[in-house]
Design a protein around this ligand. Structure first.
Ligand SMILES: *Cc1c(COP(=O)(O)O)cnc(C)c1O
Length: 407
């Protein structure tokens, strides 16, 4: 299928190109000493990812440890309430550790093992990436250093405990505002010192080449499974697919399975409290081209051209940019990016819980909220939503802020 000047029959061969570009987006804008380390990861990945041993080991792990394939569930009651459109969810909430992040963490740490590394390094904000990576490191018996801002350590005590129980070293970062940005800098600095023994494991389809490609490839299991399962369940493809977009890994995982199909694709960004800069994290919708964290994409900038402050009710979505492949698909028009507010998201959180017995992560509730709006507008057809994670991690916040909304 052709779309604009892009032929999706051969898309994965051509995108990204050898230098990690999706059109003008992507690439690798990092200091020379890191460039060398990235080149080493890239070369290793290019050979290892094609080896039979690596592929069959990853396949076995997905089945025996992660619990894949995750099912697709039909949302019968919610669909009935909304009208004539049939809603389905891909259940990444049932993946081990309760979200899609383990899909790429298991791949990244398996790669580290094949490269002969003994340690993995990453930063974490709310702690979800840290917990997924600590899980993978424990499974493979590798050391795991997680850099985390001191403020986030205080706010996310249960995730800090999880990482430590799993055997990871949580390293407190006390520079600057003591949150995610400083943690990224500290993790990169550590990686520059330790790259002979360690690899850096990124948490989404962001960062310098080869990470956006690698993480997409590891997440593509979601789209491959979903396409097959949906065809088997219904005999057809869905009319539309929907996923939330922070950095964009769960979305790229699902989307990659359907890019070459006559399926409408929607990426949902967090509009938070509203359209003013600082009140949302809808980078593709309101941002402009720019370079941050080593890659060129579409980002939200402040008046000095620096990454703008962002906000979302979902801590996994408050990132001032998105992966370069999303920027590319955005400009091409293959994927439509749109927004939902915090309020619409929280309504969807309670609706899915009450109507279907599935408590979604607040991140995933963005996709549910958008699909519900879409379903009211369409008069027939089907929508497949990526339910990127479960809501257990959000319980304390929901109870404190919204109560249980009885009745
Ligand atoms: C981290 C997270 C996200 C956001 O990350 P993406 O890379 O945009 O997918 C979404 N949902 C859940 C449940 C998460 O934990």
């Amino acid at each position: 299928m052709k779309f604009g000047n892009v032929d999706f029959d051969t898309y994965f061969k051509n995108y990204p190109d050898a230098n990690g570009f999706f059109g003008k987006y992507g690439g690798s804008y990092i200091p020379p000493e890191l460039q060398r380390a990235m080149a080493e990861i890239n070369t290793a990945y290019q050979t290892i990812c094609k080896s039979r041993r690596f592929i069959s080991e990853l396949r076995r792990i997905r089945k025996e440890f992660q619990g894949r394939p995750t099912p697709i569930s039909y949302l019968e009651r919610l669909s009935g309430k909304l009208g004539n459109v049939q809603l389905y969810v891909k259940r990444e909430d049932l993946n081990h550790t309760g979200a899609h992040k383990l899909n790429h963490c298991m791949g990244e740490v398996l790669l580290a093992k094949y490269m002969g590394k003994r340690k993995v390094i990453a930063e974490t904000g709310a702690g979800q990436h840290g917990v997924a990576l600590a899980t993978a490191a424990a499974y493979f018996g590798l050391e795991c250093d997680i850099y985390m801002g001191a403020v986030d350590i205080r706010k996310q005590a249960p995730n800090v405990a999880r990482m430590e129980i799993l055997g990871a070293n949580v390293i407190e970062v006390t520079e600057g505002l003591q949150t995610l940005k400083e943690a990224v800098d500290a993790a990169f600095a550590a990686y520059c010192r330790e790259y002979k023994d360690a690899i850096y494991c990124i948490g989404s389809v962001v960062g310098p080449h080869p990470f956006p490609m690698m993480v997409r490839d590891f997440q593509s299991v979601v789209g491959i499974e979903a396409r097959e399962q949906f065809l088997e369940m219904t005999g057809e493809l869905p009319d539309a697919i929907v996923a939330c977009v922070g950095g964009g890994s769960n979305a790229m995982g699902l989307f990659s399975g359907f890019l070459n199909d006559p399926v409408d694709i929607y990426g949902v960004e967090p509009l938070g409290r509203g359209t003013a800069l600082g009140d949302h994290a809808a980078s593709l919708t309101y941002g402009e081209e720019g370079i941050m964290h080593g890659f060129n994409s579409i980002m939200l900038k402040d008046e000095n051209g620096e990454p703008a402050p962002v906000y979302s009710v979902a801590s996994g979505l408050d990132y001032p940019s998105s992966g370069p492949e999303h920027a590319f698909l955005h400009d091409l028009g293959r994927v439509k990016y749109d927004v939902v507010t915090d309020d619409e998201t929280i309504d969807a959180f309670f609706e899915l819980s009450r109507m279907e017995g599935i408590i979604p992560a607040i991140e995933s509730s963005h996709a549910v909220a958008y699909a519900m709006k879409l379903a009211r507008k369409m008069d027939k057809g089907s929508i497949l939503i990526n339910l990127s994670g479960r809501g257990d991690k959000d319980m304390d916040y929901i109870i404190e802020k919204y109560g249980v909304r009885k009745g």
